[in-house]
Design a binder for this molecule. Structure first.
Ligand SMILES: Cc1cc2nc3c(=O)[nH]c(=O)nc-3n(C[C@H](O)[C@H](O)[C@H](O)COP(=O)(O)OP(=O)(O)OC[C@H]3O[C@@H](n4cnc5c(N)ncnc54)[C@H](O)[C@@H]3O)c2cc1C
Length: 526
């Protein structure tokens, strides 16, 4: 039942029984602790396993509802919860690792939250309402939340894992800040900055493209190996994939499609099409799956992820919940930050005793990569409907909407995001479009006609930040970008809303001008 974590030598299956119930406080400043005892009767103890993006959002919700002092977060990583989406920006060199924290460690202490870093949970003892940590200490819970994210899959490439079970030093995963640090250290050690070397990225999905662009921006020659017949095959169709491949080639990245890496040797990475790619760096980005080993071992129902109901509660145990990448709701696992944050918001209500229901989420995914614009709405390759499509392979653009009963049910925009705000709005609000409107939405942004910006006026109730669920009206009510970030959390997720947020702030009615604010997303994160 153990799951292999690429790049870590941790076997989660090798767990022995707990000795006695006591509290593990690894990695915490003692003066930041809020005293409590395991099993305290002073209030319900909410224990969150995992300190990633879903957990961070849940804790914000619990704090807002006065439940901070009753909350313990057990986090495997050594860093306070951070914005995983920006890892490629760290790799690219535009953001410092320290700038990724969603909240500083001190914030948790100030709010009475017991955040324990470097604390890997290895077992759940449901009958005793306890979780067991890797050091064999236990923590009692009244309500347990699994927010353990996803785990990268290890593709079947001979030579990637050495005889002693460790990874070949040329092979790197890319999921955590530590993975990112290892990759950067490797690049520095090999002197790649001075003399560009070659890197092969295994996997041509969103993450593979991000990593390839980040390394290429650093001056490293990159190649992508993708087993399917086009790039981003889970998100876009073959013609959009072709446009992407062409764009990547223009940006200097060679793409091998329909080819599988089979073996890593001293000569390089061998593909099943007969090619050998000489390389001293292989980055694995091909696929991942919900990290549900704890739930499985505790005999909770796990299909692809931990199966939960509309209150995000395990279908087997009323005291255990799951959110984010590890959860499966309505036969769906997500893998994006916006549904993870929506689930976190619903669960904060549920744990506070309020009525709340999660009924699924329309995902809008933006690729974060320099010179590569991609936005995917829903599942354009799976949704049924009429397809409206405009492509210009020469210019590197491909835009497609799937329309059903007059509503946009999915879409994919490659190479031109000039109308992304309006399209996302119509998708989110399920606006019924006129006969010509879907086609018009795919045309380039019209040149300004009288308005100071040419930017279409969004109504106050239009959702601007899908990750944090923030409307245009709430953005307009803010004084500055920092204010937006602090009070609404917009721009702190995937960052795709940042241009719209900047525009909304810049076009606020006169008399509400910004107070010396630097309008740049970089200003908020780096
Ligand atoms: C490089 C990268 C780029 C991405 N880019 C985008 C993007 O542009 N847009 C987008 O929407 N999504 C993106 N994603 C996906 C997004 O990051 C995830 O959907 C989101 O982080 C899910 O949040 P989570 O809390 O469920 O999981 P995670 O953020 O992965 O957090 C899970 C945490 O749980 C910890 N954990 C696991 N098991 C245990 C245990 N037993 N005990 C203690 N701790 C444990 C893990 O160490 C981890 O810190 C990206 C992901 C990666 C890796």
């Amino acid at each position: 039942m153990s799951e292999r974590t690429v790049g870590r030598a941790v076997s989660e299956a090798s767990v022995s029984r707990p000795t006695q119930s006591r509290t593990n406080r690894v990695g915490l400043d003692t003066d930041s602790l809020v005293p409590h005892e395991s099993g305290s009767t002073s209030g319900r103890r909410i224990v969150v396993v995992g300190g990633g993006m879903a957990a961070a959002r849940l804790v914000e919700g619990l704090v807002a509802r006065g439940l901070g002092p009753q909350t313990t977060v057990l986090a495997e990583e050594q860093h306070a919860p951070y914005n995983r989406i920006l890892l490629s920006a760290v790799l690219e060199g535009t953001h410092r690792p320290g700038a990724l924290a969603l909240r500083e460690k001190q914030w948790y202490a100030d709010k009475g939250v017991d955040l324990r870093l470097d604390s890997l949970v290895v077992d759940i003892h449901r009958e005793r309402h306890e979780v067991e940590l890797a050091d064999r200490t236990t923590v009692r819970y009244d309500q347990l939340v699994l927010a353990t994210g996803a785990i990268p899959s290890l593709p079947p490439i001979r030579g990637v894992v050495r005889a002693d079970g460790s990874l070949d030093p040329r092979v790197q995963a890319f999921r955590s800040l530590d993975d990112c640090g290892r990759l950067l250290a490797l690049l520095d050690r090999q002197g790649v900055h001075d003399q560009p070397r070659n890197a092969v990225i295994v996997g041509g999905g969103l993450l593979g493209l991000q990593v390839a662009r980040a390394l290429a921006v650093r001056g490293i020659e990159t190649e992508i190996v993708e087993g399917r017949d086009h790039l981003l095959s889970s998100q876009v169709g073959a013609s959009a994939g072709k446009v992407l491949k062409r764009s990547m080639a223009k940006l200097g990245t060679q793409v091998y499609l329909g080819a599988r890496a089979t073996r890593l040797t001293d000569e390089g990475l061998k593909l099943d099409n007969g090619y050998t790619l000489e390389t001293d760096l292989v980055v694995l980005t091909a696929g991942g799956r919900p990290r549900a080993n704890l739930a499985r071992r505790a005999e909770l129902t796990v299909d692809r992820g931990v199966v939960v109901d509309d209150q995000l509660r395990s279908v087997d145990d009323p005291d255990i919940y799951a959110i984010g990448d590890c959860a499966e709701h309505d036969s769906t696992v997500t893998g994006f930050v916006s549904p993870a944050w929506e689930q976190a918001g619903v669960l904060a209500d549920v744990l506070a005793g309020d009525q709340a229901t999660y009924s699924g989420h329309r995902v809008v995914a933006r690729l974060r990569a320099t010179d590569l614009d991609v936005c995917v709405l829903g599942e354009p390759e799976n949704e049924a409907g009429e397809v409206v499509e405009i492509a210009n392979p020469v210019k590197g653009t491909h835009r497609k909407l799937v329309v059903r009963d007059g509503r946009i049910v999915a879409g994919a925009l490659v190479g031109d995001l000039s109308r992304v705000g309006l399209i996302t709005q119509a998708f989110d609000r399920q606006t019924v479009l006129g006969e010509h409107e879907a086609g018009q939405l795919l045309l380039p942004e019209p040149v300004s006609t009288g308005s100071t910006t040419g930017w279409p006026a969004l109504p106050d109730d239009a959702e601007v930040c899908a990750c944090a669920g923030v409307s245009a009206g709430r953005i307009r009510a803010c004084r500055s970008l920092e204010d937006v970030r602090d009070t609404t959390r917009a721009t702190t997720g995937c960052g795709g809303c940042a241009p719209t947020v900047r525009q909304l702030l810049a076009t606020r009615p006169s008399g509400t001008q910004l107070s010396g604010t630097k309008l740049s997303l970089e200003g908020t994160t780096s």
